[in-house]
Design a protein around this ligand. Structure first.
Ligand SMILES: [Ca+2]
Ligand SMILES: [Ca+2]
Length: 377
């Protein structure tokens, strides 16, 4: 546009130049004519001057227009630049706010993943987590959610500290125990399922069936019971709730019941555990024997809670005093408690094991009721 205006101006200048030249030539060539001719020339000159003035005015007008147009062009260019800048700025703002909301979203999601949840928790937080994980959003934290949660955490390299341990479904209560009479002895405190809530352990006897039972019940637990086999020969055998332990340090109590009388100056014990929603007898492997404590001067037994290769174990010692010093024997059967009962670990004897001299069982015992009689306080 500027170029066009410039061209037009140049043309105008050339035209004016030509007119002035013609006028001057005319004046020079006609200088010596008569007065009439002078008048005529004057008229022509005036006319020419007028034309020149008109042309000058035209030039001025044109220049003015050009300036105005340039100014307008610049102005509009400025406006365009301004508009472009504004557009850029608003683009940046949009991008900024998009970035911010994306960062917020990512942070929210990561917080959701890292949050701690409870097993079988039912909450809006779980529902949000499930939506994020892309599993059915029913609001319950169960096995499917846990699996997806673990995978998501692993993908991001996040710790899985907030993922709850998978727990078996709550145990249904057992059918009622046959109508039985509680053995008159104080019940003992246990936590058979390790949930932190204590249960009460007790023994019962059914006169019609002539059967003893061990029975455990508590808030949100059971009741559960198990028949105690009668291994004694004397009809007066009685099973009594004795004490609770956690010999394998899994926070789940073992329920010790003793048979009285078991024999002269000895006491026999059964150990009960709670596994797979059942109260069970933890037997000595391949045996119906009881754990025995006590004895005579010649032969005695000790039950000890000890450590074997770093693992808590129960050791059943049998100590035989020989007629002559040095002829005695000491044998310790080492058992480890597992979910199915006791498993045999090893045998200790005086060749492989130095007699600690008693009292035994001071390494790993965790008695949560009265200390057993062989622990000297
Ligand atoms: Ca409990
Ligand atoms: Ca235990």
């Amino acid at each position: 546009m500027k170029k066009k205006i410039y061209k037009r101006n140049r043309l105008t200048h050339i035209k004016i130049g030509s007119l002035i030249a013609v006028g001057l030539l005319f004046t020079v060539s006609c200088g010596s004519e008569s007065t009439r001719t002078d008048e005529l020339l004057s008229e022509q000159l005036a006319e020419t001057q007028e034309q020149i003035e008109d042309l000058q005015q035209t030039i001025q007008d044109l220049q003015q227009n050009t300036e105005n147009q340039s100014a307008e062009v610049e102005e509009s260019q400025d406006e365009t630049v301004l508009e472009e800048e504004q557009i850029e700025n608003s683009d940046e703002q949009v991008e900024d706010s998009q970035d911010e909301s994306e960062v917020d979203q990512i942070m929210r999601e990561e917080m959701m993943l890292l949050k701690s949840y409870l097993w079988l928790e039912n909450s809006e937080e779980v529902e949000e987590l499930q939506k994020l994980l892309g599993v059915e959003a029913d609001g319950w934290y169960g096995a499917v959610t846990r699996e997806a949660h673990l995978t998501a955490l692993e993908e991001k390299g996040f710790p899985a500290g907030g993922v709850p341990d998978e727990e078996p479904p709550p145990c249904p209560p057992q059918d009622p125990m046959p109508d039985s009479e509680a053995i008159p002895m104080a019940s003992i405190v246990l936590d058979m399922d390790g949930d932190g809530n204590t249960e009460s352990g007790q023994t019962y006897y059914n006169w019609d069936l002539e059967v003893f039972y061990a029975h455990v019940s508590g808030s949100g637990f059971g009741p559960y019971w198990v028949e105690l086999d009668d291994i004694g020969v004397a009809p007066a055998n009685q099973w009594k709730a004795s004490f609770g332990t956690d010999v394998n340090a899994d926070n789940r109590s073992e329920f010790w019941v003793r048979q009285i009388p078991f024999g002269a100056s000895t006491v026999g014990y059964r150990v009960l555990i709670f596994e797979d929603c059942e109260l069970k007898i933890a037997y000595i492997p391949d045996s119906n024997e009881l754990f025995i404590d006590g004895g005579t001067v010649g032969t005695s037994w000790r039950i000890a809670c000890e450590v074997e290769d770093g693992a808590p174990v129960i050791v059943q010692y049998e100590i035989v005093v020989g007629a002559v010093e040095g002829e005695g024997s000491l044998t310790g059967m080492v058992y480890q408690l597992s979910s199915t009962g006791f498993t045999f670990v090893t045998v200790r004897n005086l060749e492989t094991f130095e007699d600690p001299g008693g009292p035994y069982g001071t390494d790993c015992e965790s008695w949560i009721h009265d200390p057993p009689p062989w622990i000297e306080s």
